[in-house]
Design a protein. Structure first.
Length: 203
C-alpha cells in the first residue's frame, strides 16, 4: 500500500509538472509568434502562432512522456532485481541463526557477505544499505541481545522497502517468528537499558 501511494503521488506530481511545462511552452510559443509576426495580417499571424504552439507542445509532451516512461522502467527494473537479493539475504541469515557457532559458520557468513555486497550496493534502497552496513560493522562486538535487535532493524528496513509500513510491529515481533525465547532477550535488553539509565553520569 505504501509503495502504491508513493507511486500514485509521484505520478500525480509528474502529470502536474507535465501540464505546467506544456502550458509554459505554449505561452512562450505564442509570445514568440506575436513578436515575429507583429504587423502581419492578424488572421494569418494567429493561424501561424497556433500551428507553432501545437507543434512545440506536441514535441514537449512526447519528450516528457518518454522521460516518465524511462523513469518507471528503471524503477521496475530496480524492484525486480532487489527482490531475489533480499530473499537470499533473509533466508541465509535465518539459516545462520539455527547453526552452531564456529569457524565453519563464520567462513560461510563471510562468503555470503562478500557475494551479496555488490548486489546490495547496486539494488537495495538507501535505508536497507545503511542498516546492513551498520549491522556488519558492529555485530561482532555486540552482546547477543543487541545483535538480534540490530538484525531486526535490517529486516524491518527490507519490509519497508517492499512497501510495508510496519507501524503495528514492536521490537521483537519479527524476531519472535524464528527465536523461541525472544521474550527473554527483550527482558534482558530492557534490564540493561534500565541499568544504564540509572547509572550516574561522570562529572
Amino acid at each position: 500500500m505504501r509503495t502504491l501511494l508513493k507511486g500514485l503521488g509521484a505520478l500525480i506530481l509528474l502529470v502536474a509538472l507535465l501540464l505546467g511545462a506544456v502550458e509554459a511552452v505554449g505561452f512562450a510559443a505564442r509570445q514568440l509568434g506575436r513578436q515575429i509576426f507583429h504587423g502581419v495580417n492578424p488572421t494569418v499571424s494567429a493561424a501561424v502562432v497556433t500551428a507553432m504552439s501545437t507543434v512545440i507542445i506536441a514535441v514537449a509532451t512526447l519528450t516528457i512522456g518518454r522521460y516518465i516512461e524511462k523513469r518507471k522502467a528503471i524503477e521496475t527494473e530496480i524492484r525486480t532485481s532487489k527482490i531475489p537479493v533480499y530473499s537470499r539475504l533473509v533466508t541465509e541469515l535465518l539459516a545462520f541463526l539455527h547453526t552452531q557457532p564456529g569457524p565453519q559458520r563464520e567462513a560461510a557468513a563471510e562468503v555470503l557477505f562478500r557475494q551479496l555486497t555488490p548486489d546490495l550496493i547496486t539494488w537495495s534502497s538507501d535505508e536497507v544499505l545503511a542498516e546492513w552496513s551498520r549491522f556488519k560493522r558492529t555485530v561482532a562486538n555486540l552482546p547477543p541481545e543487541d545483535a538480534v535487535f540490530a538484525l531486526e532493524k535490517v529486516l524491518m528496513a527490507i519490509r519497508r522497502d517492499y512497501g510495508h509500513k510496519g507501524s503495528k510491529l514492536e521490537d521483537g515481533d519479527l524476531l519472535g517468528l524464528f527465536i523461541n525465547d525472544i521474550d527473554t532477550y527483550i527482558a534482558n535488553r530492557r534490564a540493561a537499558q534500565e541499568r544504564g539509565a540509572r547509572r550516574p553520569r561522570a562529572r
